[in-house]
Design a protein around this ligand. Structure first.
Ligand code: SAM
Length: 282
């Protein structure tokens, strides 16, 4: 796959017309047709030649073709059966580089379809973006088999992933992401770049897994953050009182029980969770 000679592909608008891929709102279909933009997004994970990529929702194949041109081996899952013939045609231009699975990304484990490690990249359908991200960040095996996530979200969700304490966007998703990864906004994308344009702006977040802090279970951390942010206007002594040992954890670790969820750092949530896990194992 070295020194790739990119074939001349038909413009994406022609592909859409040929296969009748009118955007289906229920499937979150907002297509990207600007090939330069698509190449910039495809470059976010880094060098792609011979690298495995799992792509969610290739649609008419705009991002997919950018990845293939850069020499990636792409496994793509698409829910809309109408797109499969267009993707089959695309794979004929790049022999042995593209595997298309017709299915629901929420129920598919990429590791069952890809040998070795891989990057995940997607212009995500907005309605399942958070659910997929939580699923990938919550994997039991850590570090996971994926090397990075490069994901397009509506800007508001991207902001929640990278948010820091003392901000409105800071919450469960920020804490999960910060606990398990380094995440940053790699690119903002104007709504007008999409066909049809969505109502809101978008951004691509780049997420790279990091080592878990020891002695903390995901379930405990999630339980704490769910309660704390479930009542984010309340003081912690109120929102956490139903979790056995939580108020003691605050006191022992000099965390004010009068504080509200959004002022605590990720490290403080980890300290509380570790305290509870230690206690449970005694
Ligand atoms: N990658 C294309 C692009 O950038 O132009 C299309 C992106 S569009 C925002 C989202 C794609 O995800 C659509 O093709 C849609 O059919 C597909 N999709 C929606 N729900 C899905 C699911 N649960 N599993 C897999 N694909 C899904």
């Amino acid at each position: 796959m070295s020194n790739i000679i990119a074939p001349n592909l038909p413009p994406l608008r022609e592909v859409i017309a040929k296969y009748g891929l009118d955007a289906n709102k229920a499937l979150g279909q907002n297509f990207l047709l600007d090939e330069q933009l698509l190449s910039r997004i495809a470059a976010i994970p880094g060098e792609l030649n011979g690298v495995n990529i799992f792509e969610v929702g290739p649609g008419p194949g705009g991002l997919t073709r950018a990845l293939l041109r850069a020499g990636a081996c792409v496994t793509a899952v698409e829910r809309d059966a109408r797109c499969i013939p267009a993707l089959t045609e695309l794979s004929s231009y790049f022999p042995n580089q593209l595997t298309v699975i017709e299915g629901d990304a929420l129920t598919i484990n990429p590791s069952e379809h890809i040998d070795g490690d891989y990057h995940i990249l997607s212009n995500l359908p907005y309605n399942i973006g958070s659910a997929l991200t939580v699923k990938w960040l919550s994997e039991q095996q850590w570090p996971p088999k994926w090397l990075s996530l490069s994901l397009m979200f509506q800007k508001e969700v991207a902001d929640r992933i990278v948010a820091k304490p003392n901000s409105k966007a800071y919450g469960r998703l920020s804490i999960l992401a910060s606990w398990r990864s380094d995440a940053h906004i790699a690119m903002k994308v104007h709504r007008s770049a999409f066909t049809p344009p969505p109502k809101v702006m978008s951004a691509v977040v780049h997420i790279v897994p990091k080592e878990n802090p020891t002695g903390v279970s995901l379930s405990t951390l999630e339980n704490i953050t769910a309660r704390a942010f479930g009542q984010r206007r309340k003081m912690l002594r109120q929102s956490l009182k139903s979790i056995e040992g939580a108020l003691q954890a605050l006191e022992t670790n000099n965390i004010a029980s009068t504080a509200r969820a959004e002022v605590l750092s990720v490290e403080q949530y980890i300290i509380i969770s570790r305290y509870l896990d230690n206690k449970a194992s005694q």
